[in-house]
Structures are given as structure tokens and as C-alpha cells.
Design a protein. Structure first.
Length: 413
């Protein structure tokens, strides 16, 4: 019998999941509106597509790289205060971007504000979710990070409407206010560990004498020296050079193929639909088939979907790409924290996730910007997209090797 149901009370772990969902919704949702702002920024500042793309790449680099700082801080001080600070920074960054007078000021406001803000909040919030669950960890993590998918579905069309109605500057101000109010408010409900509320993971009672804070698991140094971590890091690094290119360049690509602005922005929303499906439904599937093998499937799926983008030139073919890419991208994001928790335990899970996400940070900094400058030179996205397919195939190969190595080690033990 479920220990929580006996008392007819909601297991507080689901409240933590809801809070993490809200943080990822407004944080990443605000960040992924960027593609809707590209034409306005190019027009008002006379900037090339590559230089405008660097705004997103800088923010993406920071919000993944900063996890290496926010993760250890959350392990020591708790996730709530880090998440609240992060959401405040996101709101402030968007508000300051609304009054920027040069591209350099956009880099500083959006790049630093949104980048550091999401970096402050994301790893601590997702790390906290991992500690609250064991049996349904993949499902719970999938729901928490599905906020990214729902944010990608809701926020770009909202941003497009705000731009058309108010102009891009007022649109940034409105999005910043929304991010601060919802993000800070929901962050208040994050609790770092179930033992702080006198219960164990999944709502089971604590054993007599069990400590009130989690103590089991590898140290950060033990984790990063392991073959499992090295394999995960390499696969995520190579994959990340390509995975965020659609979030910056899909709308300009669609506009280049004579698709009107509302329909082009809708493609980002379709990625959000797929991402939500991938995070929400595939997380529980991963619990059943094995999370490492599931991760391998996500790399293969992203490679296959990006191959569709190479030949997609109209709205419906681009919609098919966007939906499939979103599903596999969403599954990839959902499963990474749970794989870390499975391998290395909960004692330093936020720190380990933070270090792992530096791989994603490097890829995010380089990939979308490089794609933009290649387009400026060649006036085509064919080379960046084909390269993206190949990189995901390489990432899948590394993941397969890591899964086999881990299985051999488990058999030897």
C-alpha cells in the first residue's frame, strides 16, 4: 500500500515536482522565445544572423555552465533560495533587454540575466526532485522538466503576439514580469530533501535512527573519475553542438522558405508539444525498459529527426520534424538527471548534474552561433543540419559503448 494514501494526504514530492515544473516553464520558456525576437533584433540593430544568434548561445552556455556553481551550493544550502534568486535574475535580464540600445547591451542583459538566472535555478530544482523519488524517479523527473516543453509550446506564440501588439521592447518587459512573479512564487515550495519533512523517498517512513539528510552516494570527485560519467559527458558534449540549433534557427529557416511569421513561430510551439510528450510519457517508459538504454534511443531519435529537417521545406514537413525532434529532445533532457542519480546516488547529485551540464553549455555556446555564421557565408542551413545528424550518431555510439561497459562492470560485481 502507498504510505501516503493511508493518510489521504498528497505526497509532498509532487509539490516539489510542480514547483520545478513552474521554474522550468518560465525559465526555459522565456529563453526559448528568442527565435521570435531574431527578426526585430536584426532590423533594429542592423546585426547579422550570426551575431544575433550569439545572444542565445551566450545565455545557453551560462545557464548550463553555471550549474557547476549552483549545484554544489544547492547541495550545501538547499535548492529553494537558489531557485528564487535565479527567477529574479531571469526577470531582471528580460526587463533590461527591453531598454538595450546596442547589441552589446542585449548580450549583457539577456545573456547574463537569463543565462545566470536559469543556471541558478534549473540544476538545484531538478536535483531536489531526484531525492524525493526512487521507484518513479524517471516519471517524476519527466514531469518536472516537461515545464521546458510546455514553456516552448506556450511562450514563443505569446512572445510573438506581444511583439505584434506592443513591440519587442515591451514584450521583453512583460515576459520578465511574468517570469519573476511565477518563478519566485513557485520556488518557495521547493524542499531539498524529503528527510527535512520527516519522511523518506516515495513517502515511506524513515527508519529509526536514519539521518535527516541524505548521505549515501558518490562524492563529486569519485563520480567524475568514473567511466560512466566520462561516457555521459562525451555523448552530451557532442550532441549539444547540434541540439539547440533549431531553437534559434528554425523560425528564420521557415521565413527563408516563405512561411509567414505566425506559422514559423508555431513551429517552436510544435517542438514544445513534442518535448512535453517526450518528457511526460517517455519518462515512465524509461523506468520500465532501463534508463541507460533509453538514453541511447534518444540520441538515435534526434539524429533521425534532424535528417528530416534536411529535406523539409514547407510547413507540414517542418511540423513533422519539429514534433519528432521535440519528442526525442524532451526524452533526452528528462532522463539525464535520473541516470546521474542511478549511477552516483543522492549525496552530491546536484553537484554532479551541474558538472555534467557543462558539456551541454559548451555545445550550446558554439553550435547555434556557428550555424548562424555558416548561414551568413553560404546562405544555407544544409551544412549545419547535416553536421547535426552526424554528431548525434557519434553521441549514440558513445552512449552505446558506455551502456555496454556499465553492464560488464555490473556483471563483474
Amino acid at each position: 500500500m502507498n504510505p501516503v494514501s493511508a493518510n489521504h494526504r498528497l505526497f509532498y514530492g509532487w509539490v516539489v515536482v510542480a514547483a520545478a515544473f513552474a521554474v522550468t516553464f518560465v525559465g526555459f520558456g522565456s529563453a526559448y522565445t528568442f527565435s521570435a525576437f531574431v527578426p526585430s533584433l536584426q532590423h533594429d540593430f542592423g546585426a547579422s544572423r550570426g551575431s544575433v544568434s550569439l545572444v542565445f548561445s551566450l545565455a545557453g552556455f551560462l545557464y548550463f555552465a553555471f550549474g557547476v556553481v549552483s549545484g554544489p551550493l544547492a547541495d550545501r544550502w538547499g535548492a529553494r533560495s537558489l531557485a528564487m534568486l535565479g527567477m529574479l535574475l531571469v526577470g531582471a535580464g528580460l526587463a533590461l533587454a527591453s531598454v538595450a540600445r546596442t547589441m552589446v547591451e542585449v548580450y549583457a542583459a539577456y545573456g547574463l540575466g537569463v543565462g545566470l538566472g536559469v543556471g541558478c535555478a534549473y540544476v538545484p530544482a531538478i536535483g531536489a526532485v531526484q531525492r524525493w523519488f526512487i521507484a518513479r524517479r524517471g516519471f517524476a523527473s519527466g514531469i518536472a522538466v516537461s515545464g521546458i516543453g510546455v514553456g516552448t509550446l506556450v511562450m514563443p506564440p505569446l512572445a510573438s503576439w506581444l511583439i505584434d501588439t506592443l513591440g519587442w521592447r515591451s514584450a521583453y518587459l512583460a515576459l520578465g514580469s511574468l517570469a519573476a512573479v511565477i518563478g519566485i512564487g513557485m520556488s518557495c515550495f521547493i524542499v531539498n530533501d524529503p528527510r527535512e519533512r520527516g519522511i523518506g523517498p516515495d513517502g515511506f517512513p524513515l527508519a529509526i535512527g536514519e539521518p535527516l539528510r541524505v548521505s549515501a552516494g558518490a562524492s563529486l570527485w569519485e563520480a567524475i573519475r568514473s567511466s560512466q560519467f566520462v561516457g555521459l559527458y562525451a555523448a552530451c558534449l557532442i550532441c549539444s553542438f547540434s541540439v539547440f540549433i533549431p531553437f534559434v534557427h528554425l523560425v528564420p529557416y521557415a521565413l527563408d522558405h516563405h512561411i509567414d511569421q505566425p506559422a514559423a513561430v508555431l513551429l517552436l510551439g510544435i517542438i514544445g508539444v513534442g518535448s512535453t510528450l517526450g518528457r511526460f510519457f517517455l519518462g515512465s517508459l524509461a523506468d520500465r525498459i532501463g534508463r541507460p538504454s533509453f538514453l541511447l534511443m534518444m540520441f538515435i531519435g534526434m539524429a533521425g529527426s534532424l535528417a528530416i529537417w534536411v529535406i523539409a521545406t514547407n510547413f507540414w514537413s517542418l511540423s513533422a520534424f519539429a514534433l519528432l525532434f521535440g519528442i526525442f529532445y524532451g526524452g533526452w533532457v528528462a532522463i539525464l538527471p535520473t541516470v546521474v542519480m542511478d549511477h552516483f546516488g543522492g549525496r552530491h547529485v546536484s553537484s554532479i548534474i551541474g558538472v555534467l551540464y557543462t558539456s551541454v553549455a559548451i555545445g550550446t555556446l558554439i553550435g547555434p552561433t556557428a550555424a548562424g555564421f555558416i548561414f551568413d557565408i553560404s546562405h544555407s542551413y544544409t551544412l549545419p543540419i547535416l553536421t547535426s545528424v552526424g554528431l548525434n550518431i557519434i553521441a549514440a555510439s558513445i552512449a552505446a559503448l558506455t551502456v555496454r561497459t556499465s553492464a560488464r562492470m555490473a556483471t563483474a560485481d
